[in-house]
Design a protein around this ligand. Structure first.
Ligand code: COA
Length: 260
């Protein structure tokens, strides 16, 4: 186990998984600028850490995953400052997670609101505890989601439910979130981490190169739909040159497990 110290994070690496915990429970793990900066730094470090093949992102305490952007911090922001805050959060954290080359699972251990839900939606997969509550309450503050929520929520739940959630600002619970495809699994709190670990461990038995290509191709298809099929064809073709392809096919034909 490796441990590093941050103001607002706990980071542990165990076997092939990096556990990133937003550690600001007294403020329900709200995202201020330093939280975002530290998370950007952690993600950059883990990207080049060969021991790490997957990431679990969660919040400290049993109340919140992340209760949103830090309302206190932005209360006096001008429009220009708000624009920069949104750009920084989107580019350095949310888009980074969305396009991360290693699988990232959000372990939603409580409230995921506003920027907290946007953070979870930027991850590749979401697992929530049964009593988690999720929503984009920005309109009750007179603003709209600024970390990609207006784009990523419709991708997951469809335009109708996304607009309902965004326009009412109401929370939904984990079961409803699962019905709409916002979370992949809803589990009792004491099974949260094991469920996330099991998902990642399944992926660790597959080709990491292929998983990275799949993440990229799915994202391009969603962001630039006209390019999706072409990108898939190119990535499919490129995979045939990879050592993982040789190993995967040889293992199948020899009736053994591949060693990626
Ligand atoms: N930004 C800044 N501070 C926040 C915060 C946020 N998004 N969410 C919670 N906090 C702070 C509270 O101000 C409070 O601080 P204090 O102890 O100094 O007064 C502390 O965290 C605990 O919050 P509290 O409301 O007492 O906790 P709770 O468990 O009763 O309720 C929530 C939890 C998440 C339902 C509630 O805090 C909430 O609605 N937060 C705001 C959610 C939101 O609108 N997010 C979108 C932001 S764009």
């Amino acid at each position: 186990m490796q441990e590093k110290r941050y103001t607002y994070f706990l980071l542990a690496i165990w076997k092939n998984i990096a556990y990133i915990t937003v550690n600001r429970p007294d403020k329900r793990n709200a995202l201020n600028t330093l939280v975002l900066k530290e998370l950007a730094e952690i993600l950059a470090d883990l990207k080049t850490n060969d021991q790490v093949r997957g990431v679990i992102l969660t919040g400290a305490g049993d109340k919140a995953f992340v209760a949103g952007a830090d309302i206190k911090e932005f209360q006096d922001f001008s429009s220009d400052e708000a624009w920069l805050l949104s750009k920084f959060g989107q580019e350095e954290v949310m888009d980074e997670l969305y396009t991360y080359p290693k699988p990232v699972v959000a372990a939603i251990n409580g409230f995921a609101l506003g920027g907290g839900l946007e953070l979870a939606m930027a991850c590749h997969i979401r697992v929530a505890v049964e009593n988690a509550q999720m929503g984009l309450p920005e309109v009750s503050l007179g603003i709209i989601p600024g970390y990609g929520g207006t784009q990523r929520l419709p991708q997951l739940v469809g335009r109708g439910k996304a607009l309902e959630m965004i326009m009412t600002g109401e929370m939904i619970d984990a079961r409803e979130a699962q019905q709409w495809g916002l979370v992949n699994y809803t589990v009792p709190a004491d099974e949260l981490m094991a469920t996330c670990e099991r998902l990642l461990e399944k992926m660790f038995g597959r080709s990491q190169t292929a998983i990275t290509a799949a993440i990229r191709t799915v994202n391009i298809g969603l962001m630039e739909p006209e390019k999706g099929y072409e990108e898939e064809r190119d990535a499919f073709a490129a995979a045939f040159d990879s050592p993982d392809f040789k190993e995967g096919v040889s293992a199948f034909l020899a009736k053994r497990k591949p060693n990626f």
